[in-house]
Design a protein around this ligand. Sequence first.
Ligand code: HEM
Length: 531
Amino acid sequence: MSSPTPSTTLAPMAGVESSWFIMWTFSFPMIWLVLTIIYNLYFHPLAGVPGPRSWGALRLRYVWALVSGTIVHDFEKLHHRYGPVVRVAPSELSFTTPDAWTDILQPGRTPPLPKDGRWSIPGLKAQGIVNIVDLDLHGRVRRLIAPAFTTSALRGQEPILQQYITLLMDRLRDLVTTENNGTDGVEIDVVPWFNFVTFDMLGDLAFGESFDCLHTSRYHSWIELLTNTPKAGAFAAAALFYPLFASALKYLIPASLKNKVLDHVRVVSEKVERRLNLESTRSDIMSHVIKQIESDGLEGLTMDHVNATFMVLTIAGSETVATTLCGIVNYLAQNPSKLSILTHEIRSHFSNPHEMTLERLKGMLYLNAVIDEGLRLCPPVPWLPPRVAANGGSVVCGIPLPGRTAVSILTYAMGRDPNNFHDHLSFVPERYLPEAKTDPQSPFFNDRRHSYHPFSLGPRICIGLHLGMAQMRLILARLVWEFDLKPPTEHRKTQWEKLRTFILVEKNEIFVNFKLKEGLWTTEMKSSASS
Ligand code: HEM
């Protein structure tokens, strides 16, 4: 009897082995996935915190919300359903309780919880102030730039702010008069204009050079790249939650984009260097930094830290102010009775724009109430970037958190919470007037104004708070002094609640109807419009 050939005996065995191999290859990750889900849902230390199973089982649902720009509205819905503390990922909680501000940000006491390093900008030699995780390093960078943001420094910077606001008014006046003689209203998309003015101001204050957006009525190419940074940041952070995907991403990013980012870093360094070498007596942000370096040196920092900080300042100091202004003007145009109170306050106090100094505008009660109400309904940082619990664990709002648990605060939902604010979804600046705080008959007497912090709190509170408030006061006052504003046609109205968020709010077009104030339509303007 002839013995079987090897091929006839081995073939079935090889088939069995390869099918085992295939089965293991596919089933091992499946088993791992199922075990992870079971652990996260039933055995994880945060398993008892309220939240939907689909978000607590894996981080996929969170990442999807992040890259689709729906994270803020999704979190808000979860808070409505599950309460003030929600588990939004296996090891991340979102808070809307007032105590979260103090427990997480620790104003004036023990060090705050550090930022979550997964949100840093990848590929930089050093992080800028907003993204630095190390508390000591952050403190040194903050000390270097802080003198540029005091109220007395702001007084020196006022002429620069006024110069750009005048230019903005000139541009808007041109648009209104050339489009239809200024007599009927003109619908203007305010988004680019508020971005132009805030970027130009920041360019001048930080680098001693405007970006010339207002002069050219166009975004500087650099600004276009910068405004996409938060969106790219959301995608980069999403990738970092899955390290395998993050390394693949490195190879997927087109070389042209990588080069653009490198170019961008190079341009900032050149701008910083040019300004540092400029012999000038002007008072801007850099003049204070130069004085600080001359007196205390760089305190162990490198120029990479300075450059990265000036890069983030350009965004943090302009997008935020532009977004809030868009929100405020959108609400004002759609609430004519509130707009007319503001317009009356400004026009009755000032007979010409030169009288509108920062000092005098600080005392305009309704103007300030309008800004506070705008910040409540349209916070430009609607979701405070996550912090992490200490390695050995921390306690936030009475909940013991395992080490490295991420925690975030949903500012947007806190501002719109009926438990915090009466008539919570309406635009009512009156809630911020002094009488609402002192008159028990006021429907807003019990509003929890103290529980809302659009500029954050503690050692990482917004450094540009005074500057931002100054820009908003000046721009709004000049706008209502010069123009009669009205809502746009119905199909062009914007509902703020529908905007997406990629770390910062994504603004599309926001139309407002502009008409020159009665009496500003001078003979000179008429002839230049008709020529
Ligand atoms: C409407 C105006 C503004 C609002 C509502 C606002 C809000 C905020 C918030 C909530 C934070 C905390 C972010 C975090 O902890 O992750 C922050 C930080 C910061 N903001 Fe603002 N901001 C505004 C305007 C400005 C301006 C005008 C500047 C500067 C020119 C600026 C510069 C910064 C910087 C540098 C930080 C980081 C501070 C640190 O980490 O120490 N902001 N801002």
